[in-house]
Design a protein around this ligand. Structure first.
Ligand code: CA
Length: 244
């Protein structure tokens, strides 16, 4: 392969790798944690033990197969469970569609931010935030509720629809996307559970959080590398022609 072909291949690879840039959210699937059981991980108990995420409110992490059966441990030693087949109601409850752990927060009770700092943004560039979410209700509580999420990146705020959930119900997992424009290189991504009414309590579930550039171009460093390589190729050719 000639040097020119090699460089063009390198450029193509760099361009492709830019287009397929990895998810900017770290641990968006909530699989990296030192929690060995389902439990509250907000500030009221075991603080910030889910890698990369900080939760300040009544936020739970559920391991697979536990949310509607054994439940998650609360700070007071009780368990927080969701209505579902494992807790006596055939409401269609299922774990996250992408598998593994997922989290949830109550929209009516200490619904403080769940967040992580996103780095490597390009100012003015658009990014698509994508996540899976669902609506559920805590066991031994009754009455219809609504559930939703607020997502914030920097100074831009988006709200999902508020879904209606009947007593002891479950509203299926769905995917939501929002398009943000970066206004800084580093911004905080925040989720806040929303729901009504107080005491129901509504529970908003979340998993598979991703943030990807809409139109990613090769990083300046990559462009500089290609430019330098092409420049070197041109210099080499001129020298060959001069010496011929
Ligand atoms: Ca997961």
């Amino acid at each position: 392969m000639s040097i020119r072909k090699s460089l063009l291949s390198l450029a193509a690879v760099l361009a492709f790798s830019g287009a397929a840039q990895a998810n900017l959210v770290q641990n968006g699937d909530f699989e990296n944690t030192n929690m060995t059981s389902s439990a509250l991980f907000g500030s009221r108990m075991t603080d910030n033990v889910v890698d990369n995420w900080f939760a300040y409110g009544f936020t739970f992490l559920w391991l697979p197969g536990t949310a509607a059966s054994t439940g998650a441990t609360e700070d007071g030693g009780g368990t927080f469970k969701l209505w579902g087949p494992g807790t006596g109601v055939d409401n269609g409850f299922v774990d996250s569609p992408t598998g593994g752990n997922f989290i949830g927060g109550t929209g009516d009770y200490i619904n403080l931010p769940i967040n992580q700092t996103i780095t490597g943004l390009t100012i003015g560039e658009q990014y698509v935030l994508s996540f899976d979410w669902a609506g559920a209700q805590q066991t031994d509580h009754y009455g219809a509720q609504t559930e939703g999420w607020t997502a914030i990146l920097g100074d831009q705020t988006f709200n999902t629809e508020m879904i209606s959930n009947p007593e002891q119900g479950f509203q299926a997992w769905r995917n939501q996307t929002f398009t943000f424009t970066a206004t800084a290189v580093t911004e905080v991504l925040t989720f806040i559970a929303q729901g009504t009414p107080d005491g129901a309590p509504p529970v908003s579930l979340l998993d598979n959080v991703q943030l990807n550039a809409v139109n990613h171009v090769p990083e300046p460093g990559s462009l500089a590398l290609i430019g330098a390589a092409l420049g070197a190729l041109g210099l080499s050719r001129r020298r060959k022609q001069a010496s011929a």
